[in-house]
Design a protein around this ligand. Sequence first.
Ligand SMILES: Nc1nc2c(c(=O)[nH]1)N[C@@H](CN(C=O)c1ccc(C(=O)N[C@@H](CCC(=O)O)C(=O)O)cc1)CN2
Length: 284
Amino acid sequence: MSTSTAALMDGTALARRTVEETAARAAEVTRRTGVTPCLATVLVGEDPASVTYVKMKRNRCAQAGIRSQHVELPATTTTEELVAAITALSLDPEVHGILLQHPVGPHIDERAAFEAIAPEKDVDGVTMASFAAMGFGLPGFVSCTPGGIMRLLDAYDVELSGKRAVVVGRSAILGKPAGLLLLGRDATVTYCHSRTRDLSSVVREADVLVAAVGRPNFIKGEDIKPGAVVVDAGYNPGNVGDVDFASAAERASLITPVPGGVGPMTIAVLLAQTVEGAERQLGL
Ligand SMILES: Nc1nc2c(c(=O)[nH]1)N[C@@H](CN(C=O)c1ccc(C(=O)N[C@@H](CCC(=O)O)C(=O)O)cc1)CN2
């Protein structure tokens, strides 16, 4: 029997509220300009998880009164072809935001493809310009999952200043930006990765733990500091997170579930940033 003491950080509920607010903002953009905010989604290949995520994003757009335009490219697409397709969207005045679903095939230079997204349309926060702005604490679009994590922490009044934050994972669109956003809020941040020695001892120091490693149930409850805030940003097959929820919930004070935690916030932030992009591009 579980002796869970942790309270849940409910990403589904917060995402619902965020999407409702975004829908109201989108309606206002349409009312004032006659233009409906538009997100272009780009999917290369048919990876089932990616197909599902893009579908979820387009469905949420429809719910929020955001138009979406979908570009589907075969798995054989070259870097040059992908860059050309994204450049066309960057130049299209009817498109306010561009999402290239990650990952693309290993033969594609994903960085070059991301960099073809015009900075003002980078509502997924994946370009170097967006990353740099975030690193300097300047206005701009943040990578959606880290942005969603920060909104969750704020919604649950988690104090970050002076706290030890440990980020397990260092990917360009998740671990690295999550650490920078926490640093920007005066947390003392440690990154862990595959070469980290004695990972358990580092994780045990975390007041705030962000698990973004992409390995199912990788973090066990025995390594959670009693009272820690645990954010599970894992999205492994079968909707399994990176944290062993049952054992972690026995020690944490607050914890995100998978599903229903960080995932829905990723999409909510994408929609919010799409409308923000449209507002800026339309001069509102
Ligand atoms: N260009 C990008 N690519 C990817 C990103 C991203 O932010 N930008 N993130 C991930 C995956 N991802 C979105 O693309 C994503 C993963 C999971 C969820 C989600 O809501 N999951 C649900 C459960 C899923 C379900 O109900 O079937 C949950 O956790 O409750 C949303 C988005 C990779 N690529």
